[in-house]
Design a protein around this ligand. Structure first.
Ligand code: AMP
Ligand code: MG
Length: 415
C-alpha cells in the first residue's frame, strides 16, 4: 500500500494558488464577438461598451413628497394660500404660480413654474380651497432637481459590467431598450470514470453516481455561459480522445472531471497531449492539488480532479475567473473577510487549505465561522452545508478556536 502523504508534504515544485490563476488568466481573453440583446434578456450579460445617459435623470423638477408646491417666501405671512390646482404624477399643472398661491402635488409630479418648495401634507390644513401652514420650510425643501441622479452625457455603466436588476432599471429609465453585450462563452464538459453510473441507474459493487456533472451544470449556470453537456466517458484512451475532439469543435472552453491525476486509468492527460498543449500542475492547495490546464485548437482546457469537493474548489479558484474574463467581465479580486473560528481547525503546513464553513454575524456585528466538520474531498454533504471557504495559509499549522481566519463567501466565488 502507498503511504498517504497528502496531509503532510510540502512540494517545492508546486505552484501557489495565485501563480496558477495568473498563468490561466494570461491565456484568457474576452471574446471579441458581441451581440445586441433586448433589455429584458440582458440580466447577467456583460456590456461590450460603456453606456452614457442620453438625457438628465430625473428629466424634470419633481416633488419628493405628497403635499403642496408653493413659494418659500409666502410661508412668512399668516394669510392662507389659495389652492389653484393640482400636479399629479403624469398630469402636470398647466400654468405658473403667483404670490399667495399653491398647488396640490403628489410624489414624482412636476413642480410647477413659480414654486420653489414643497411642504408635506401632514404640516398643513386645508378646506380644499385654502391652505394653512403649521410651519415654514427652507427654500427648496422636498424638490428633486433634473440631473440630480444622472447628467446627460455622463457614463452610467462601464464596459465589462455584468448587468444586475438595478442596472436594467437604470437603462430603462434612460429609455435604452437594447444593448451591446459580449457573446456567451460555450463550455463543453464531460465526466470520466468507469465507476460512474447515471442517476436512475442501479449501482453495482464499486459504482457511484456521476454527481460532478450536476455540480458543473449548476456552477456554469450560476456563472452564465452556454452549456454543452457531453455526458459520461469511460476510462479508455480512444473514448476520451473522441470526446475531446467533439468538444473542441463546439466549445471555447472544455472541462473534464476525473482522470486528472497520474493514476493508471488516467487518460485525460495523455489524450490532451496528443490533441493539443497540456500542462499538468501540482498546486499547493487542499483540496484540488492536481489540475490540467491546456489548449486544444482554439479551446482552453481544464482537467479538474474527480473528487466533487476538489472539482468545486478548483472551479471557483481557477475556472470561474477564466470564464468571467471570457464573458468580458472586468477583473474583480476575490473578496476576503476575516472571521473568528468557533472550532479548532486541523491543518498541516505545506498547502493552502480551503475548508468549508458557515458564516455567522455575532450580536456585536462581528463575523464568526463554524466548520462543517469532516473535510474529505469526497464529502459533498459538508460542501452543501457550507456557504464559504475558510482559507488557511500555506505555512499555517493547526488553528485554535477563537483565532481570526480568512473567509471567502461562496456568494462571491461561485457567481
Ligand atoms: P479520479 O480523478 O478519476 O482519480 O477520481 C477521484 C475520485 O473522484 C474517485 O473516488 C472517483 O470515483 C471520484 N469521481 C470521479 N468522477 C466523479 C464524478 N463525476 N462524480 C462523482 N465522483 C467522481
Ligand atoms: Mg477516474
Amino acid at each position: 500500500m502507498q503511504a498517504n502523504t497528502c496531509d503532510t508534504d510540502f512540494d517545492p515544485k508546486a505552484l501557489t494558488e495565485e501563480q496558477a490563476r495568473k498563468r490561466i488568466l494570461a491565456s484568457s481573453a474576452a471574446l471579441d464577438e458581441t451581440q445586441r440583446v433586448a433589455l429584458i434578456d440582458a440580466l447577467g450579460r456583460v456590456l461590450a461598451g460603456a453606456v452614457e445617459a442620453p438625457f438628465d435623470v430625473p428629466p424634470h423638477r419633481n416633488s419628493a413628497m405628497d403635499g403642496y408646491a408653493l413659494r418659500a417666501e409666502d410661508q412668512n405671512t399668516d394669510t392662507p394660500l389659495r389652492i389653484i390646482g393640482r400636479s399629479f404624477a403624469g398630469h402636470p399643472f398647466d400654468g405658473s404660480l403667483q404670490a399667495g398661491e399653491c398647488v396640490h402635488i403628489m410624489t414624482g409630479a412636476v413642480v410647477p413654474e413659480g414654486a420653489d418648495t414643497v411642504i408635506q401634507q401632514e404640516l398643513t390644513e386645508s378646506d380644499g380651497q385654502w391652505l394653512r401652514l403649521q410651519q415654514a420650510l427652507r427654500t427648496g425643501a422636498n424638490v428633486r432637481h433634473p440631473g440630480e441622479d444622472l447628467r446627460r452625457g455622463q457614463t452610467v455603466l462601464e464596459s465589462g459590467r455584468c448587468l444586475t436588476p438595478a442596472d436594467l432599471g437604470l437603462l430603462a429609465s434612460l429609455g435604452i431598450g437594447e444593448i451591446e453585450v459580449h457573446r456567451l462563452p460555450r463550455v463543453a464538459f464531460f465526466s470520466t470514470g468507469d465507476e460512474l453510473r447515471a442517476v436512475g441507474e442501479p449501482l453495482r459493487e464499486g459504482e457511484i453516481h456521476d454527481s460532478n456533472r450536476y455540480v458543473l451544470h449548476g456552477l456554469l449556470q450560476n456563472l452564465g455561459v452556454e452549456i454543452l453537456d457531453l455526458g459520461r466517458i469511460p476510462d479508455r484512451a480512444d473514448a476520451v480522445h473522441d470526446a475531446l475532439t467533439q468538444a473542441e469543435a463546439q466549445a471555447d472552453v472544455i472541462i473534464t472531471t476525473g482522470g486528472a491525476s497520474v493514476g493508471e486509468a488516467d487518460y485525460v492527460t495523455g489524450a490532451l497531449r496528443e490533441l493539443g498543449e497540456a500542462d499538468f500542475w501540482k498546486i499547493a492547495i487542499k483540496p484540488g492539488r492536481p489540475l490540467n490546464f491546456g489548449r486544444i485548437g482554439q479551446a482552453l482546457f481544464f482537467g479538474l480532479p474527480g473528487n466533487p469537493v476538489s472539482a468545486i474548489a478548483t472551479f471557483a479558484l481557477f475556472v470561474a475567473p477564466c470564464l468571467r474574463r471570457l464573458r468580458g467581465e472586468a477583473d474583480r479580486p476575490f473578496r476576503i473577510l476575516r472571521a473568528i473560528t468557533h472550532n479548532d481547525l486541523k491543518k498541516s503546513p505545506g498547502r493552502t487549505d480551503f475548508q468549508r464553513g458557515i458564516l455567522h454575524t455575532e450580536p456585536d456585528g462581528s463575523l464568526s465561522v463554524v466548520t462543517t466538520g469532516l473535510q474529505g474531498s469526497h464529502m459533498l454533504s459538508s460542501m452543501s452545508r457550507a456557504d464559504c471557504f475558510i482559507r488557511l495559509p500555506r505555512e499555517s499549522g493547526p488553528v485554535a478556536a477563537g483565532s481570526s481566519v480568512e473567509v471567502m463567501p461562496f456568494s462571491d466565488l461561485l457567481y
